[in-house]
Design a protein. Structure first.
Lengths: 239, 239
DNA sequence: ACATATTTCTGCGTTTTCGCAGAAAAGTAT
DNA sequence: ATACTTTTCTGCGAAAACGCAGAAATATGT
């Protein structure tokens, strides 16, 4: 094992202001800092695999991950993209195995809290548990909204949605027009619930409309407002 | 107002063993019994409407409800079917307004707990809050699984899924082959994310295969195992 | 810079799904 | 039972989406 070393970051010194762990009492933050497991995962590696047993939950300290679930034919579906401060593995919490897997999209640092530590922290920190519950509530809302959109949208609209979702997830701080370098056509298709061919077609179309700019793998959104507008009839309050 | 009267049922005497309120301490169960609002909603009436402000959460004491969300064109999508002991309105909890509405499918009795009462109960009863969080986790899992299935299934498969889902939701105790009397073709379509025409076609097909029996509105499942099998490649562990 | 591997693009025929409209069936009221 | 309303069924043409396959473009390694 030749993993890059990094001293375990104390939660109280962590830059992620929105990390749920911050909801705990100072004493508990210290305890978690001590007991948590800070892990580095290289780009392309699994953080945890689909159907693997649930030992705890991961908090992303730094990096980007895709949450995927695959069917028998090997087709992958991207369920969610997660970045700094987000949680991973919470879908499985309470169940036996992870219903989805998580793959590092670049080099990722995560903090792992095992089930026992989590349960103790929940029990001792109302605010922590409450905020996690609220997060679940939000995620459920989004998940169902998305399912509804997808049931009604055309392929073109779903691809536009996927592009907006990617920028939103991976460039939350203003730089929304950044190139979406890391994602292949197939991965965009896995988000938009279609196939790579169809994504290509839509991208070509959007290029002619000058809504996006494409240089090979690098896509950037040229007309953010226009794209939002073109699917606004569904997503009025989503983005 | 000429509503059927019923003395407020004390939670400790309520037959729903699985009601989340039972997770509270005896003192809190008594307090909730006293402060909760027991309401009757007639068949076809809204329990709460989409986009209405969130005042609290509803616990179904008795009856069946459909949770719906509609788009601009007026198309309805059925997000979930709920029965005895289930919660309603939790999707909106933490947000401003209900992202979905709930309609009584027969005469329904619900217990309403307002935000303040709920928050106090959460704060004072770890088990209660924890079990609700676990419920959200489960719901999120199901929601995303379902979204994935729907993205891959054909119309026929989605209708089969819908029929199984309906029996599962509304006849949890063994009597799985009960007729699904209450749902119209349009409602089945709203679950399967298609239209009434398509549902008709699939029903006709399933009839010839002798997997279902149809007498007008009344549908009953003749070959439960066969139907499960025909979509098992997706739903291995769902039903 | 060159060769090779991988990814993306696009034309075309096929399949799936949709939506309309009229017929048939079922439900409802008098 | 009869008349009327509502729901369901089904045939058909149109639209959307798919999948394959070869071409084009891009990325990768030496």
């Amino acid at each position: 094992m030749n993993r890059p070393k990094r001293v375990t970051t104390q939660c109280c010194e962590c830059k992620n202001a929105s990390c749920f762990i911050k909801q705990c009492s100072p004493e508990y933050i210290a305890l978690i800092s001590e007991k948590k497991n800070q892990i580095r995962i290289n780009r392309g590696q699994y953080i945890f695999r689909e159907n693997s047993p649930v030992f705890g939950i991961y908090f992303i300290q730094e990096g980007r991950a895709k949450v995927v679930s695959s069917n028998i034919d090997g087709k992958e579906q991207i369920v969610r993209l997660a970045g700094d401060g987000h949680i991973l593995g919470h879908r499985g919490y309470g169940g036996e195995t992870h219903p989805v897997g998580a793959v590092a999209q670049n080099d990722v640092w995560v903090c792992f809290l095992d089930n026992t530590l989590l349960y103790e922290a929940f029990k001792a920190n109302f605010e922590f548990l409450y905020s996690i519950m609220m997060f679940y509530s939000q995620e459920l809302r989004k998940s169902e909204q998305r399912a509804q959109y997808f049931a009604q949208m055309t392929v073109e609209e779903r691809v536009i949605f996927a592009l907006l979702y990617i920028t939103e997830s991976y460039a939350p701080e203003k730089q929304v027009d950044l190139p979406l370098i890391t994602l292949s056509r197939q991965e965009i298709a896995d988000i938009a619930a279609t196939n790579a061919d169809q994504v290509s077609r839509v991208l070509t179309f959007l290029k002619t409309k000058e809504m996006i700019r494409v240089q090979g793998k690098k896509i950037s959104i040229a007309d953010h407002e226009g794209m939002k507008k073109s699917i606004a009839r569904y997503t009025a309050a989503y983005f």
